[in-house]
Each structure stands twice: as C-alpha cells, then as structure tokens.
Design a protein around this ligand. Structure first.
Ligand code: SIN
Length: 277
C-alpha cells in the first residue's frame, strides 16, 4: 500500500490496493488507518456493486437510506445503494450543504463509502471534509463545558426543505435527538456532533440562543481550513469517511457536466453516546 496523507489533520490517500480482493491482514490495516485518518481515498478501483457492498459489509450492516423507506421513492432500484447522480443539466446535487450523512437517524451510519465512476470533464466536483474532533478541541474550555451534556434535534425534514421537498401524506422521514458532544466509540475522543443540514435546534435553550450558537459553530467549521481536507475525485475512486466525526460538503462547480457515483453506508448497533469527561 502506498500512503499519502492529504493533510496533517485529516485524510489519507491509499494507492496500490485492490478493495475487491482484500486479505484479512490488509483489512485490519485499512481499519486502523480509517480510525486514525477518518477519510480514506482509494484510487483506481474496479468494483462491481456486489464488491462495493462486500467491502462495506466488513465494517457493519448496510444502511437503508430513508429515501428508500417510509413511503419515499429513492433513486435507483437497490435500497442498499444511495445513488449520487448529477446530470449535466441538474439544478441541484446531493450534499451541497455541510452535513454528516442522515444524522437524523436514531442510529446514524458509522461510515459512508462513495464510489465515483464519472467525474465532471471541467475538473470540478471535489468534496470537502471537516474533522469534528479537531473542531471540538479548538473551542474554548468554557464553550466545550457549556455544550457537554446538551442534546440537539436532528430533523430529516430540515434537510428535505433544502431541496424544496415536503413530505406528503403517508411519507415519513427520521428525526432524532443526539448528544451535542459525542464520544467516538473507538478512540473515545469528544466530537462536535451538529451540522447545518439536519440539526434543527439545541434542546433546553431558547430558539434564538440555539440559533446563535449553531450558526456560530457552522461558520467556524465551514471557514476553518485547518480542520478540513479536500478530495479531488478521479473516475473509479472510492472514498470512505467516518460519519461519526467528519462532516462533508459536495462542491457543485460543474454545471453543464455530469457526475455519477453510488454510496453504500454502514450502521453500528448502538446510538451515539454522550462524551463524559
Ligand atoms: C454525499 O455523500 O453527501 C455526497 C458527497 C459527494 O457527492 O461528493
């Protein structure tokens, strides 16, 4: 394996590895690297859908996206795949606002594995990632202590509204309350677990207080390049990210050019746990 860190805080590119034929020893290495670097970029992969899913399954059970449940009609006919298809003339793309994938789930996915097979010919379509462990550690102790023990509501309808989608009668989308500061289940590190796509409010505060704090956090994350890395996709790149401690944003700078990929996410068996110092 050839390893190239994307930056000191986040992200690792891995070359010379075949995810379709990974030995158990290599899988253990990949798992360690995942826990250390949080965003892994695998280049030059040739994966069938089954091979993509088989690699994902080594990390946990496959998540069925809410767009394939609760009376919703998701893209594509395989509920285990979340299709990220942005045709050349599309007005929108998936994930343009900073988010952690479907954090509105009671048990959100631990990892997402996106396999992009078609990249825009103008060279656009990168994805930004932010390390939410570092976001927490860069806050003052006063703000950290204020947020520890708080909970926030993550509401799928807030995200749907970003795409001008409203639920119709008979349709359901998840909503959950999670600790604002979560403990990473493997490293034990505290993570700032709120995002602008799904988090509607911090519980127990007045609406304006919650909005003031969340807006400040979202601005801090979006404008703090020190905690971010940027992935430039090439066709047949698979990127997996730790959804528990990383947020991401898809950059739509390729109007007029198509981009296509399929994402498989995996779920843990337990809900996010509060960080307890
Ligand atoms: C997403 O998973 O939110 C989309 C990321 C991307 O298309 O780069």
């Amino acid at each position: 394996m050839q390893l190239n860190p994307l930056n000191p805080n986040l992200g690792l590119e891995i070359k010379d590895i075949n995810l379709a034929a990974l030995t158990d020893t290599d899988f253990e290495k990949v798992e360690d690297l995942f826990n250390q670097h949080m965003v892994l970029v695998f280049r030059d992969q040739k994966l069938s859908r089954d091979q993509h899913k088989a690699f994902a399954k080594r990390f946990g059970d496959i998540h069925i996206h809410p767009s394939h449940r609760g009376g919703m009609k998701g893209k594509g006919d395989d509920p285990e795949l979340f299709v990220i298809d942005t045709p050349a003339d599309s007005k929108i793309t998936n994930g343009e606002l900073w988010h952690s994938d479907v954090s509105c789930e009671v048990i959100p996915p631990l990892a997402s594995l996106l396999y992009i097979t078609e990249t825009p010919d103008n060279g656009g379509g990168d994805t930004l990632f932010a390390n939410m462990c570092t976001a927490f550690s860069e806050m003052s102790e006063e703000l950290q202590n204020f947020l520890i023990g708080k909970t926030a509501v993550h509401d799928g309808e807030v995200d749907l509204a970003n795409y001008n989608v409203r639920l119709r009668v008979g349709q359901e989308y998840p909503k959950a309350s999670h600790p604002v500061i979560v403990a990473h289940p493997v490293t034990g590190k505290p993570i700032l677990f709120v995002n602008p796509s799904f988090t509607s409010h911090i519980e127990g505060l007045k609406q304006w207080e919650s909005k003031m704090i969340l807006d400040g956090i979202h601005r801090f994350v979006a404008t703090n390049a020190r905690i971010q890395c940027r992935v430039n996709w090439q066709p047949n790149t698979l990127v997996m990210w730790d959804n528990r401690c990383v947020q991401h944003q898809a950059i739509r700078d390729y109007a007029g050019f198509p981009r296509y990929g399929e994402r498989v996410s995996v779920v843990p068996s337990v809900q996010p746990k509060a960080f307890n110092p």
